[in-house]
Ligand binder design. Structure first.
Ligand SMILES: NC(=O)CC(=O)C(=O)O
Length: 293
């Protein structure tokens, strides 16, 4: 997984974002619906499908321990998918698939993480990312949320290689920490994909701004895949799943309802951005050596 090897050659590919709706209290129903939507998305033959943050459970710190599953991996050890106890992991296998995120319970520590799992077309779980930066905010009169009440933050930066690109992972609030995206890009990622669920306060302020910024700063494709908005749920997701190109241009954006977004990712845009505005080769690490690694 995250060891530094030569990235694959960046080739054109079709990305599908599933802005999933109908995420309720019944986990089996959530998984059934997610499976139907993955199958629907797969019918257009994308190379990579993405689900949103917390697609199998309601989003809220009280729900995480209740919905948490033992996913069947230990960071740093080979995956043992055969032995997974997680019904969500068993459901997720088709084409390359970024399985949004699910609450994960670590069998050794009993810690609960907000975890993204990634599957290759053979259905093998090949990468995972535990949300590093926990969403703890308090905007008086607007929104208070404290993931750290029940979650532990991950401590690794993660990417995976496909036959068409190196893809870096993060989850939602991770986007607010530009270091993570910057290091992923320096490690050769062509595309950064963060399942995410902003809300009705931070969504209009920052959802698009941050994605375009991370894309443009790092001259990579950047995408966040959100759940659809459900005003009957405890947490009102912003929706607006989006893909930005390496020049910061929005290639496609959903509205708030359930929707599948397809985007053709063109490596020429990546190469042209880096040739035309060559910041990736103009950095002055003599001036800021502490970020040179
Ligand atoms: N839900 C999150 O993790 C982050 C978010 O909503 C925000 O940063 O705003």
């Amino acid at each position: 997984m995250s060891k530094l090897s030569k990235p694959p050659t960046f080739k054109p590919f079709k990305l599908a974002l599933i802005q999933l709706g109908n995420i309720g209290a019944d986990k089996s129903a959530n998984l059934k619906h997610a499976h139907e939507m993955v199958m629907k998305a797969a019918s257009a033959k994308p190379d990579l499908i993405v689900l949103p943050e917390c697609f199998n459970s309601p989003y809220g710190h009280v729900h995480f321990p209740v919905y948490a599953e033992k996913v069947g991996f230990t960071p740093g050890e080979p995956y043992d998918v055969e032995r997974t106890e997680s019904e969500s992991v068993k459901m997720l296998s088709s084409t390359w698939l970024i399985g949004g995120s699910i609450p994960e319970r670590d069998p050794k520590s009993d810690n609960v993480y907000n975890t993204c799992t990634v599957y290759n077309p053979q259905g093998e779980l090949v990468a995972h990312h535990r949300k590093v930066h926990l969403f703890d905010i308090d905007i008086p009169g607007k929104i208070k949320f404290k993931e750290s009440e029940t979650l532990t933050g991950g401590s690794t930066l993660n990417f995976f290689d496909t036959e068409f690109a190196r893809i870096g992972l993060g989850i939602c609030y991770d986007i607010r920490f530009p270091e993570l995206a910057m290091i992923s890009a320096r490690q050769g990622c062509h595309v950064l994909i963060y399942p995410g669920a902003f809300n009705m306060t931070t969504g209009p302020m920052h959802w698009e701004l941050l994605q375009r910024a991370r894309a443009n700063d790092n001259q990579v494709f950047f995408s966040m895949c959100s759940p659809a908005r459900d005003l009957t749920a405890g947490y009102h997701a912003w929706g607006h799943s989006l893909v930005a190109d390496p020049l910061g241009k929005v290639l496609c954006e959903a509205k708030e309802d359930e929707e599948i977004l397809y985007t053709d990712i063109d490596p020429n845009v990546f190469h042209e951005a880096r040739t035309g505005i060559p910041v990736t080769t103009q950095r002055r690490f003599d001036v800021y050596p502490d970020v040179s690694k």
